[in-house]
Design a protein around this ligand. Structure first.
Ligand code: SF4
Ligand code: SF4
Length: 344
C-alpha cells in the first residue's frame, strides 16, 4: 500500500496540493453526486487538539469541485464542547453540512463495534486525522481517528475491556479491519507532542501524508518520526502487515517528545506493572474549572467531585487516561506514583 508524503510548513494552498495528489495518483474515482463524508478529529474545543479549519475546508472544496455532496461529522470527547468545537474549527464557514455522532441509539454493529449508523449513507469516507501524541496509544493518527465513528458512551467500555496500550491498540486494529474508509489525509504540518491528545505542545512536523490505508499511513509516519515504541505498528507488523511503499521525500524529522512510561504488553505483566509502577492521573487543582468532564467520562467511576475539587479513587483506576484526554484545562497529568515516592 502506498503512502504519499508532501513537505508542507503552512496551511496555504492545501486544496491544490491535496487535489493534485489525489488526481495524479488516481487515489479516488468519484461519480457526480456521490456522497462524501469527511471524518476530521473534533475531539474537543482546543485548537491544537483538533483538525485545522484550513485542512477541513480545503478537503471539502476538493470533493465539492469533483461534484460530490460533502458532509463533515465526528463524535466529540465531551458533548458539552460542541459549540466550542464548531467555533474553533470554523465549521460554519466551510461549504459543507456538519453534524456530530452524538446519538448512541443511532448505531449499527459492524463486527461487534457499535458505529454511527449514518456512515452507511455515504459512497466515500475520507479520514482526516491530525498528528498527535497520545498518553495511552503513544501516537494518534489514521487508525485511532476511526474511534470517533463510535458514538457516545460505548467508547468508554473499550477502555475498561482493553486498559493497556497493547490491548487497546489490538482493539483499534479490529476496528480498522471493520470500518472501511477510502482515503486518509493526515495533517502533520503542525502536530502535538508531549501530553497528547489534548494537553500537549505544538511541534512543526512539516508535512501532510495521504494514503488509501490509514494503518499503512500510521506505520510510515511513525517510522519517519523514529517512534519505536508504537504498539499499533509493532502489532500489525507481527501480524504480517506488508510494509508500505513510501512516495515522496521529507527532510530529517524533528525530535518529537513522546509520552514516556513502560509499555509492557503481556496482560499479566501489564497488571504486575500497574501494581509495581502505577501511572495514575494526578490532579492539578490550580487549573481545574470544575467542568465535570473527567467525572462523567471515567469508565470505572473512579472520579468524584467533592466541594468543587475532584477526588480520584486509585483503587478503581485502570489507567486508561480517558480523564486526561477529555480535560480541556490541563488539570490532570500522568504521574509515576511509586517511582516519584521513592525519590522524593
Ligand atoms: S481515573 Fe482516569 S485513568 Fe483512571 S480509570 Fe478513570 S478515566 Fe481512566
Ligand atoms: S480535572 Fe479537568 S475535566 Fe476534571 S473537572 Fe477539572 S477541569 Fe474538568
Amino acid at each position: 500500500m502506498k503512502v504519499f508524503f508532501e513537505e508542507k510548513h503552512d496551511y496555504s494552498g492545501l486544496k491544490n496540493i491535496i487535489g493534485d495528489t489525489i488526481e495524479r495518483n488516481r487515489l479516488l474515482r468519484l461519480k457526480n453526486g456521490d456522497r462524501v463524508l469527511l471524518k476530521p478529529n473534533l475531539l474537543t474545543d482546543k485548537p491544537l487538539a483538533i483538525s485545522k479549519h484550513e485542512m477541513i475546508k480545503a478537503v471539502a472544496e476538493v470533493f465539492i469541485e469533483m461534484g460530490a455532496h460533502v458532509d463533515i461529522a465526528d463524535s466529540p470527547g465531551n458533548a458539552d464542547s460542541i459549540d466550542g468545537i464548531i467555533r474553533v474549527a470554523g465549521l460554519d464557514s466551510i461549504p459543507a453540512r456538519y453534524y456530530f455522532f452524538d446519538n448512541e441509539n443511532e448505531k449499527k454493529y459492524i463486527n461487534s463495534f457499535p458505529v454511527a449508523k449514518r456512515i452507511e449513507d455515504y459512497d466515500v469516507i475520507v479520514n482526516l486525522p491530525r498528528l498527535k501524541t497520545h498518553i495511552l496509544t503513544v501516537m494518534t493518527m489514521g487508525v485511532k481517528n476511526l474511534y470517533g465513528f463510535i458514538p457516545g458512551r460505548p467508547k468508554k467500555s473499550y477502555h475498561v475491556s482493553h486498559p493497556d496500550p497493547y490491548s487497546f491498540s489490538s482493539m483499534l486494529l479490529s476496528l480498522y479491519r471493520s470500518v472501511k474508509t477510502h482515503l486518509t489525509i493526515l495533517d502533520g504540518i503542525i502536530g502535538m507532542q508531549g501530553n497528547g491528545p489534548n494537553n500537549g505542545d505544538p511541534i512543526e512536523t512539516g508535512f501532510i501524508a495521504i494514503s488509501r490505508d490509514p494503518l499503512a499511513l500510521d506505520i510510515a509516519v511513525a517510522d519517519y518520526l523514529n517512534v519505536k515504541n508504537f504498539p499499533l505498528r509493532n502489532l500489525s507488523m507481527e501480524q504480517g502487515f506488508r510494509y508500505p511503499e513510501i512516495i515522496g521525500e521529507l527532510p530529517p524529522p524533528p525530535a518529537i517528545d513522546i509520552p514516556s512510561g513502560p509499555l509492557l504488553r503481556l496482560p499479566y505483566v501489564g497488571r504486575l506493572r500497574r501494581v509495581a509502577f502505577p501511572r495514575k492521573p494526578r490532579y492539578k487543582r490550580e487549573n481545574c474549572t470544575g467542568c465535570m468532564a473527567c467525572v462523567l467520562n471515567c469508565p470505572t467511576r473512579a472520579i468524584s467531585m467533592v466541594y468543587g475539587n475532584i477526588l480520584i479513587n486509585y483503587s478503581r483506576c485502570i489507567e486508561c487516561y480517558t480523564c486526561i484526554e477529555v480535560c480541556n484545562f490541563d488539570a490532570l497529568e500522568v504521574y509515576n506514583l511509586n517511582l516519584k515516592r521513592r525519590f522524593e
